[in-house]
Ligand binder design. Sequence first.
Ligand code: 4AD
Ligand code: MG
Length: 451
Amino acid sequence: MAERIQKLLHQKQTTGQVTIKGWVRTRRDTGSFSFLEVNDGSCLANLQVIADKNLSNYDVDILRLSAGCSVVIRGELQKSPAKGQDVELQAGSVEVLGWADPETYPLQKKRHSLEFLRSISHLRPRTNALGAVTRVRSRLAFAVNVFFQERDFVQVHTPIITTSDCEGAGEMFQVSATGEKKDAPFFGSSAGLTVSGQLQAEVYALALGQVYTFGPTFRAENSNTSRHLAEFWMIEPEMSFCDLACNMELASDLLKYVLQDVLDNCSEDLTLFNAFIEKGLIRKLKDVVEKDFVHLTYTAAVEELQKAKADFEYPVEWGIDLHSEHERYLTEEVHKCPVIVTDYPAAIKPFYMRVSDDGKTVAAMDILVPGIGEIVGGSQREERLEVLEKRMQEAGVDSTEYDWYLDLRRYGTVPHAGFGLGFERLVQFATGMSNIREVIPFPRTPGSAPC
Ligand code: 4AD
Ligand code: MG
């Protein structure tokens, strides 16, 4: 409703009968009327309501209203004489649907810390910051789907319960039925929650050409950082007849497209983040949209890091997996823009990545962005049966369990590639939130899964 009121404003139709259904943020009384700030969640701005003391329930209801009460207010929208708003609502009726005891309701007018708000994940969406994050997250999800649908990608719903550990990192949660017998597992063999929809997306890419999956993924990694969740969402496109260069291009286009979309459609919320969460956020997002990303090979990245004046906790030499401190140094200190790092050592990457002619590296690509580090991880896939079998053996992956995956190489194999974009890291980047727990409604981390 508040959104529609804003549209009315835009059309300069600033008067008329309207109804707002929402929650009271504040009440202030003068001798003859009360000011109510009401928010219905559709946008950041509250609507100011004037409730005159002549209203029939003024003494019994309106003078008892406090933060968190739910109301339905009908009235006349008027031009506002006050600074900072164009319209206000002259209430004709105020109906209270639900009270919120001010003695116990945790969201009072003062600014609460994000840490405190995390402890009330069932109430925090009623705050400005978390409401704004939720709207931006929703818009990003919409833009992701539009991006792929406009390019004729087919959305595939890959399974949440699976028997394959795509990343081979042993970070799966096991799934079993209550009371299930060890020797008679529900699914016939041991199953877990997916760490990535990639392998199943490959199945569909080798039939439909270009597909994407966008769903929840789960990792039992015990890392309590500001960029890791045990349950997070991932966008994973997979394309047949595509190599590393085409994969990089799609990933850059996707990031630019969705960030431009929120710049165009979430300006009110971004202005809040720009002022209170990350100064310069809007400029940063515009730069990412407008400027080319830097492309470096892993080898060149290692050279840059070895020349760095920084004092890294993990020393850098060719062959190491890049740590967050290295990724952030490259993107924040050296290049000050998104950096695509390609051609990582085969030994530190999963079995499915395509081995390059040098025999030492794979056609992998990660995209690193300032403030976050890795936001995208992907590769061209190994499409040659014998090479893939050899890689599986070296990685200790039981190829009999992946017979179906090998069939894709036995029958009509094609070069193909794809990547995973961590959705929460994208929302973090777009909102400037430094902790990933702020950008998913109900964060799941080691030791914590409220609601
Ligand atoms: O680099 P990752 O592990 O790649 C894959 O899973 C591939 N199978 C994707 C593919 O090629 N289809 O994860 C991809 C991205 C990371 O770059 C990061 O943004 C995000 O997923 N990510 C996490 N986000 C939040 N919490 C975690 N624990 C994450 N682990 C990875
Ligand atoms: Mg990765």
